[in-house]
Structure formats: structure tokens, C-alpha cells
Ligand binder design. Sequence first.
Ligand code: NAD
Length: 486
Amino acid sequence: MKEFKHFINGEYVSSADGKTFENRNPIDNSLIGLIHEGGKTEVDAAVQAAKAALKGPWGKFTQAKRLEILHKIADRINERFEEFLVAECKDTGKPRSLASHIDIPRGAANFKTLSDTLINDPTESFNLDTPDGTGALNVGFRKPKGVIAVISPWNLPLLLMTWKVGPALACGNTVVVKPSEDTPATTTLLGEVMNECGVPAGVFNVVHGLGANSAGEFLTKHPDVDGITFTGETSTGETIMRAASVGLRNISLECGGKNPAIVFADCDMDKAIEGTMRSAFANCGQVCLGTERVYVERSIFDEFVNRLSDEAKTLKVGVPEEAGVNMGPLVSQEHKRKVLNYYKLAVEEGANVILGGGVPEMGGDLDQGAWVQPTIWTGLSENSRTVKEEIFGPCCHIQPFDTEEEAIEMANDTVYGLAAAVWTESTSKAVRVSQQLDVGIAWVNSWFLRDLRTAFGGAKQSGIGREGGIHSLEFYTELKNICIKM
Ligand code: NAD
């Protein structure tokens, strides 16, 4: 039986009390292995190892040496690409084509993204006049923040974890990662890579477990954690924010969304359909940036609905290895129950079900898996729960609009503010609309096109803070001012 152990101070260790829980494959609900559940003992051991490592060789390495090691880690993940790919596909059920294109290569690249920013960051310097005429020089100086707790979700397990671990290590911090209980595999495997690449013991630690009253809670409440970076649901973000308030620890929160797309009549319809297919259905709809609300100008509404529905019918649902498959199952039975409850609710709230709304027949053992159909609705009120709440499944609601103002108002009428997509061939309209959308990232005629140097994060209840490029530097370092009297 496969076991997923903690990785503490450079070694794989079991839980002291022997507690484990199951890791199941979402394609057929078969048992992948047992995950060790971390308690206070394991969390404390990991945090103490991380704290000690700050004072060890890691803390003394030059920036160049640290970056060299991080580049090695990226290269090593790519050398062991197949192992990471198989592990990620087993945990999530996602198609190999998707994970080999996004999850693993981007997960590796995150160890290199901050290199140029770090090398070229000038900090600041000011000359100050003093009454005696000699003056003083102020110099900005960045220090690692210390021990960073990384709490990550299950939808892009490796990628979203290294998005934080890469920059945290590049800035000289040490980390304790608590991966999602649904997807422990690639984070566990990364421990081996760290050892292979000469990362000193204690710099990268992993503690498995659940959230409340388990490793997640114990880690975020640990007094020796200096900063917490989290990706996950907004309600979990609120809990973590409360935990971080004790001792005034810094937080970076990347949370949920209910993202709109606005499709204008002057769009390039082929592009809008292709982009919305990806934004609504990629990764079985389990992308925080995905579109769940589509607003379409009335004159092209019927055409758009018909074309999106026709295109969605061609999605090939199946197991990761099967050729041509572009949609897998949801991540777990629990998430399947949640999404199917929304499918039922949509009908109760009066939706026209244009496509899907149920469970596909997969046959054999696969019928035990977490499969759901790609689903499209129209006709719901903007106040319905289906249109207001994040579902995180392969589904969207399409609503017509008559004016630009109306589209913007409906798009912004949400507690979330993560991402939006605007489809129009008019540049001035695209800029005008994007500027008025209350989101962290607005795409024009594209979706999920990411320049990793740019700010990433959410407005409103979609998060606090920004990561990416210089913004990661802001979170993962403490900027101090040294004032030198001449
Ligand atoms: P989740 O909030 O349930 O879990 C995320 C992580 O938090 C897991 O590791 C979990 O064990 C841990 N956790 C749960 N309760 C905790 C607690 N009390 N204390 C400490 N840790 C705790 O989220 P999820 O279901 O894994 O992921 C899906 C959610 O993530 C969606 O809402 C999605 O929008 C969001 N998400 C956001 C982004 C973004 O960049 N904004 C990216 C991906 C996913």
C-alpha cells in the first residue's frame, strides 16, 4: 500500500500517533494509498526545522547560489516529468494532455520565475539633508521574512504550491507546506527533488493533513510561522486571516471567484467560443479563474448559446491516458456531491438546461468515479444562488444584455473579484470595460494568458495581496530601511 508521509528536515516521516486517511482516485474511487495525518507534533517539528534552517547554510548562501539551486529544482522536475505527471493525474483525474501542458511544466518553471526580478530589484535609496550639513544616506534592504506556511488547494496541486514555494525560497525563506488532503502526491515527491538538488535539510518541509483541527489549523496558528500564503476557498481564507491576526503575521490570500465573461456583438465569435470553452470547462471547471457567468449581447445571444452548446457536446470525457480526452472527473466524491447539488438547485431555481445537468454513463468501475456532465444554463435570475455562488464545476450560466453599462453592472454584482474576460474587437471598448470591472485580472480576447511578472490576486472577497514578479518580492521579504549618518 502506497503511503504519503510527511517530509520534515530532509526526511520522510510517519505521524507519531500513526494516524492516516485515504487517498482515492477520482476516476473510479479506487484506493491510491494512505496519507499520514499530521498533528501538533509534526507541525511543530516541521516549523522548528524550518526555523533552524534559516540560520544554517541556506541563510548563508549567496543569492546566486540559491538561484542556482532553484534552477536545478526546475530542471530536475522536468527530468522526472513522467513521475510527476502520473502522480498528478492519479490524484486529480485530469487529462494527461492538460497536466503535461500546464501543471507540470508551469509547476517546474515557478522555481525560475522570480530570478530576474530578484537580480534586478534595485530597492531604494534617499539622501537626507541634516542640520550639521553632513547628511544621511537611506538604503532599502530586503531580508527574508522567515518561516512561511504554504497552504495549497487541489485543483492545480503542483503548480499552485510551487507558485508560492519558488518565490519564497528564492527570497531566502524556508517553508512548511500543507498540501490539500485530496492531492498529496506531487508535493510529497518534491521532497525527493529537494534532496537531490542539494537543498539543505529543513528548508522545504511538508506536513499532510486536513484543515480544521488538523495540520492546516495547527500550522497557521503556530507562533513561529512568520507569514502565511494561502490559496483556497474564501471562507477558509477568513479562518486563516483570524489565525494570522494573533502575532500580526503577514498573509497573502488567493481565494474563490464567480468570474464573468462579457461577449459583445462585435467580438470575433470563433475566438469567443474557443476562449469560453476553455474558461468554462478546462480542468472540469475547477480553475479559480474560470468563467461561470457569461453575459452576451442580445443580438448574438442565440447564436452564442447554440455554438457553445454544440462545441461543449464535442468534449471528450474520459480517463487521463485516453487519446483525445479533454475532460476528466471532478476531484473527489465530496466535490461531485457539491456540484450535483448545484445542478439540482439550478433546475429548482428555474434554469433552462441547455446542456448536461447530470452524470455521464462511463461504464464499469468508472461509474464509481466523480464524473459530471458539462452543463450550460440560461434563464436564471441574476439573484439566484446558482448565479451568485461559486460552483467550481464544468458549468456556466448565459445571460443576455442590451447595453455596456448593464453588462458591467451585472458582471460586478458579486462579492467576488478575481478575474473577467471581455470579448470585443473594439480596443477602446475593451479598455473602457476592463477598467470598470472590479477584478484582479481582466483578459481581453483571451483567457488564462499569464505573464508571471505581472500582479496576480483578487479584489473584494477573492483575496488579499498580490503575488507575481515584484509583488511576490513584497510579500516574501521584509523591506527595512538603513539610515546612515555621514
Ligand atoms: P479549501 O479552502 O477547502 O482548502 C484549501 C487548503 O486549505 C487545503 O489544503 C485545506 O486542507 C486547507 N484548510 C482548510 N481549512 C483550513 C483551516 N481551518 N486552517 C488551515 N487550513 C485549512 O479550498 P479547495 O477546495 O482545496 O480549493 C478550491 C477553492 O480554491 C475554490 O474556492 C477556488 O476558487 C480557490 N482557488 C483560488 C485560486 C486563486 O488563485 N485565487 C486558485 C485556485 C483555487
